[in-house]
Design a protein around this ligand. Structure first.
Ligand code: PLP
Length: 304
């Protein structure tokens, strides 16, 4: 996680100077909102994947958290993301916009706090590792329940929400798994700690509806790529045991990209190897990010 510059409240500041005070309310109460975006090295030069959609979601998250106003507009932040990538000279990188409550009294009234925004970028491999992307990962169903929408906001990437993800992920890794599947408060499959989930059964793709999950931008891209290939996608409730009897499972997200799942709770999924639908979508997604798919132009925003 290293770069030359971080964009902070309108200015590019040297990496070491991008700091907040220990009394920042954001640090105490998890009051922040973030995005995860990727820039890819395409034949046209560095290009950010679905940049405007990510910044739109960032704004939605801020509004869902309850701020009455964004400190910067979507247009300003789109420009700032590109400036950050350019200033660091990256051809491909992960980009992390963050809105944080930077000062104000340590009370619990959001309106008394002042928000800052930073945009960081660094070179980052897949969240679940290259080995996971190539050969698949092992999941466990977590004993931690995904957030109830009336307890916290599943549509918003609010920093404090991720305590729930951290608990589930840490337990899964300590138990020897790569990632955790989280069930929603009704006991149905929601998503993983930082990825959306799909299963394949009898040639059709199934994925939980957006009711209790983050509306993933990679998820949306994969649904489009599946439809392009004539594969039916159903958004429907999924039970834990539907995972066990799936022919294929894969998870996706900006940080992880498209990752096959070979095992859930010690049950081998399908043949225990990457299945044909997963493999097709991995390749189609790869073609998109290499600038070789007909969606590439529509989904990329050139940095220069
Ligand atoms: C909880 C959760 N679900 C799903 C995703 C995948 O979303 P996206 O594809 O927009 O990165 C993420 C990552 O942002 C996440 O944190």
């Amino acid at each position: 996680m290293k770069s030359d510059y971080i964009w902070m409240n309108g200015k590019l500041v040297p990496f070491k100077e991008a700091q907040v005070h220990v009394l920042a309310p954001g640090l105490h109460y998890g009051l922040g909102v973030f995005e995860g975006i990727r820039c890819y090295d395409t034949p046209q030069g560095p290009a950010v994947f679905r940049l405007r959609e990510h910044i739109d979601r960032f704004e939605d998250s801020v509004l869902a958290l309850g701020l009455l106003e964004m400190p910067y507009s979507v247009d300003e932040l789109v420009i700032a993301v590109k400036e950050t990538v350019r200033a660091n000279g990256f051809r491909s990188c992960y980009i992390r916009p963050l809105l944080y409550m930077e000062n104000g009294p340590l009370g619990l009234n959001l309106d008394a706090h002042h928000a800052g925004i930073s945009i960081s970028a660094w070179e980052w491999a897949s969240l679940l590792g290259d080995e996971g992307v190539q050969n698949g990962v092992r999941l466990m169903v977590s004993s931690f329940t995904r957030l109830h929408p009336n307890v916290n906001l599943t549509k918003a990437k609010v920093s404090g929400n991720y305590v729930n993800s951290v608990m589930a992920k840490t337990l899964a890794v300590r138990l020897g798994f790569d990632e955790a599947v989280m069930l929603d408060p009704n006991g149905l499959v929601a998503e993983c700690t930082g990825e959306n989930l799909f299963l394949v059964r009898k040639g059709k793709i199934h994925t939980p509806s957006t009711a209790t999950i983050l509306e993933g931008i990679t998820r949306d891209a994969l649904i489009t790529l599946a439809c392009d290939a004539g594969i039916e996608v159903n958004e429907s409730p999924i039970s834990r045991d539907q995972l066990y009897i799936a022919d294929e499972i894969f998870v996706c997200g900006t940080a992880a990209e498209v990752v096959p799942v070979t095992e859930v709770d010690f049950r081998k999924i399908g043949t225990g190897k990457i299945g044909p639908v997963t493999s097709h979508l991995q390749q189609a997604f790869q073609a998109v990010i290499l600038g070789e798919n007909h969606h590439s132009d529509e989904w990329f925003d050139l940095v220069n």
